[in-house]
Design a protein around this ligand. Structure first.
Ligand code: NAD
Length: 380
């Protein structure tokens, strides 16, 4: 994980007002590159959709209740392009990621007679793209899915990379599959209606991407934090493109999360613990924000992260309006949650820390005293 300085930097190429970022070829288990796909970033991208459906006769559009008009618009386009089109309206947010909603979607596919060559389109935030991806992964052991993410988090993270799944009553994302999409359409116009808090929360993943792999992302955020939270600003577009480019490079090299992909979890070990302890009332991005400050402090205490880099974390996150602290007195619960985290191997807690911007390293089994001290630095 060391020595990646600059290697993940990418300068996405634009043509005709859209930017195409390739994921693959070279995805695990796909030496011929047939699973490679493009993430397209731009405005008014629905015209791209029919070309990604591989000649499917039937298409199921999965969308959340709150995006009914968008779901209808997608359906109109698909009907006009000659597809037999079905809508599955699902609950907003995490309520969509349940076995009951999954079974509802399977029911629609079954009644409409979906075959191996038909397709699913996920229109919504990460909850819906996770669900739609899993519906596609499981129907007849796998049909085509195209993702149309409508939140910043889904554009830069959830919809890219092929991880799909639903929750169970025992926990989040416990059931799932790797099922790469045939394409991802990041239509920035969708962000116009996204509540500001959701946009800002999505920026936490953008900040993370900057720290682990692309210094230019940090510069853009620092130069004009207001532009970063404006849906039609060129700066936000650049941030989306650069973040997607990094994720594309990482997942191309490591589809199934064995080693390199761990760097994408920067700030997430502590962040996930906060989410669990708070019973998912915190936005993921807010928890990751505090998690990055924790990781930076832990890295500093372990002698890996320079102090000026820790300060830079606080500066950039604060300017975006993201939280830097979490309530004191919750350490035992947080530690317990971190130990249960999927990424923990055996009893060893694992963290990603930074030696510099773009130089993530793994910190395994840190001294418990350092963990307590790092918590002291972030507990408000
Ligand atoms: N598969 C992965 O690799 C991956 C990575 C990160 C997160 N995730 C998953 O993503 C989910 C979180 O995604 P999210 O943050 O996008 O939240 P979300 O999908 O829960 O959406 C948040 C809310 O915003 C609404 N919404 C979506 N787009 C909108 C728009 N354009 N305008 C107005 N409202 C809109 C949704 O209906 C919902 O109510 C979690 O379930 C998480 O597990 C998956």
């Amino acid at each position: 994980m060391t020595g990646q300085h600059g290697s993940m930097r990418a300068d996405p190429a634009r043509a005709g007002g859209v930017t195409r970022i390739r994921v693959g070829p070279g995805l695990a288990g796909d030496p011929a590159g047939t699973d490679a796909y493009d993430v397209v970033v731009g405005h008014q991208l629905l015209g791209e959709l029919p070309g990604l459906l591989g000649g499917a006769q039937r298409v199921l559009v999965v969308h959340p209740r709150g995006l009914r008009a968008t779901g209808e618009a997608v359906r109109e386009d698909l009907l006009a392009a000659g597809h037999e089109t079905y809508l599955a309206e699902v609950p907003d947010g995490e309520e969509a990621k349940t076995s009951a909603v999954l079974a509802f979607c399977w029911g629609v596919l079954g009644q409409a007679g979906f075959t191996r060559t038909d397709a699913v389109v996920g229109v919504g935030g990460g909850a819906v793209t996770d669900l739609a991806g899993f519906v596609a992964a499981t129907w007849l052991r796998g049909v085509r899915v195209v993702q149309v993410p409508t939140t910043l988090l889904a554009m830069v993270d959830a919809a890219v990379g092929g991880k799909t799944g639903v929750n169970t009553t025992e926990g989040k994302n416990l059931v799932g599959a790797f099922h790469p999409p045939s394409g991802v359409l990041c239509d920035l116009a969708a962000l116009e209606t996204l509540p500001r808090n959701d946009l800002v929360a999505g920026l936490a993943e953008v900040v993370k991407t900057g720290f682990i792999a692309d210094p230019r992302i940090l510069e853009v955020l620092e130069n004009d934090p207001d532009a970063a939270t404006t849906w039609d600003a060129p700066a936000l577009r650049e941030l989306v493109e650069r973040s997607v480019a990094v994720k594309a490079r990482v997942v191309t090299e490591d589809l199934e999360e064995s080693y390199l992909r761990e760097i994408l979890n920067y700030g997430h070990t502590f962040g996930h613990a906060v989410e669990q302890v708070e019973r998912y009332t915190w936005r993921h991005g807010a928890a990751v924000s505090v998690g990055m400050v924790f990781a930076a402090e832990l890295g500093r205490l372990a002698g890996r992260t320079p102090e000026r880099l820790v300060d830079r974390h606080r500066d950039v996150l604060r300017r975006l309006g993201l939280p830097l602290t979490y309530a004191g007195g919750r350490w035992p619960a947080l530690l317990e949650a971190m130990r249960r985290d999927k990424k923990t191997r055996g009893d060893l807690l694992r963290f990603v820390v930074l030696e510099d911007v773009g130089r993530p390293v793994r910190l395994e089994g840190p001294d418990p005293a350092l963990l307590v001290a790092a918590y002291g630095e972030v507990s408000g």
